[in-house]
Design a protein around this ligand. Structure first.
Ligand SMILES: [Zn+2]
Ligand SMILES: [Zn+2]
Ligand SMILES: [Zn+2]
Length: 153
């Protein structure tokens, strides 16, 4: 995503693009690795944290930015590469990749019909030890990595 893409998308939605918001967009445009809100805050001194968080939230709501929850519960952001997708998150190095799986979508739509009510959205993060880390650590996460809640093997 270029800065112009982001600006056009926000203005196209009828949002007023204030100078601080523009600085946030300039900071994140073109990033090709995932990032935290804290990193953005550090990159735009003088822009309030609330503005940074609100701008990121707006982009997530508009589908322009992905928000992922790491295995330790901390949020990270990245620009989506494909349409509807889910995330593979490496618990060892933090690398995030996208995946699409039609069987998951079918399963969820069946669940909606049977008992869950009307499903209006979902988010799936799958925690893995990525191929690079498997080679590096012999199939395991980094030895010093704490085993945290939500990750079982
Ligand atoms: Zn994504
Ligand atoms: Zn990894
Ligand atoms: Zn899905």
């Amino acid at each position: 995503m270029t800065n112009n893409d982001l600006v056009a998308a926000i203005e196209g939605q009828g949002y007023r693009l204030t100078a601080p918001r523009l600085r946030v967009l300039e900071s994140i445009a073109g990033r090709d690795t995932n990032f935290t809100a804290e990193e953005v805050c550090a990159d735009v001194p003088g822009v309030g944290r609330a503005t940074v968080f609100r701008t990121l939230k707006l982009l997530v709501e508009r589908g322009l930015l992905c928000k992922m929850i790491l295995h330790d519960g901390s949020p990270r952001y990245s620009f989506p590469l494909t349409g509807h997708h889910h995330h593979l998150v490496c618990v060892s190095c933090g690398a995030i990749t996208e995946f699409q799986e039609s069987e998951i979508e079918q399963l969820l739509s069946q669940l909606g019909v049977s008992k869950a009510g009307t499903i209006v959205g979902h988010r799936i993060e799958v925690y893995v030890v990525c191929p690079t880390c498997q080679v590096r650590y012999g199939g395991h996460a980094k030895p010093e990595l704490p085993i945290s809640a939500g990750v079982s093997s």
